[in-house]
Design a protein around this ligand. Structure first.
Ligand code: SF4
Ligand code: SF4
Length: 137
């Protein structure tokens, strides 16, 4: 198994520092790979990253919610969305995302489609080579 980062990820980067096996990679280009991705072959399911995420975006693979009820106001980020998010990440650097929308209170969201992109990122996407072009955003 592995842990999965869902579309609740807004690239705060708080999780990356705590991973003991350095298997979390910031996606690039951001509009195609908007999250941080966990290498499923290297993740040891230690769970250390979960409490570090201020946006509660990380789940064990078998606990990714299929019916998440939104509090309202959460941002999700995904390919094809057109909303804008700006913030400051865990290291004080800027976050700018143009693939977002905000959830409405009571909206029910299935995050299980977010599982496959985490595998695809390492199988057919940029994988660890994205680290070479990482600009800190
Ligand atoms: S801490 Fe959460 S929001 Fe930030 S990069 Fe990690 S998963 Fe994404
Ligand atoms: S569960 Fe542990 S090994 Fe897996 S990504 Fe999170 S911190 Fe890294």
């Amino acid at each position: 198994m592995t842990h999965i980062i869902t579309s609740l990820c807004v690239r705060d980067r708080g999780c990356i520092d705590v991973c003991p096996v350095e298997c979390m990679v910031p996606g690039h280009p951001i509009n195609e790979w908007p999250w941080i991705y966990i290498d499923p072959d290297t993740c040891i399911d230690c769970g250390a990253c979960v409490p570090e995420c201020p946006f509660a975006a990380i789940f064990p693979e078998d606990e990714v919610p299929s019916a998440y009820t939104a509090k309202g106001g959460e941002y999700i980020s995904n390919v094809g969305l057109t909303g804008h998010f700006e913030g400051t990440n865990h290291h004080g650097g800027p976050i700018v995302l143009d693939t977002t929308r905000q959830l409405e209170a009571g909206e029910v969201v299935d995050f299980t489609p977010d599982i496959q992109p985490n595998y695809d990122f390492f199988k057919s996407g940029p994988g660890y080579s994205a680290k070479d072009v990482d600009n800190g955003m």
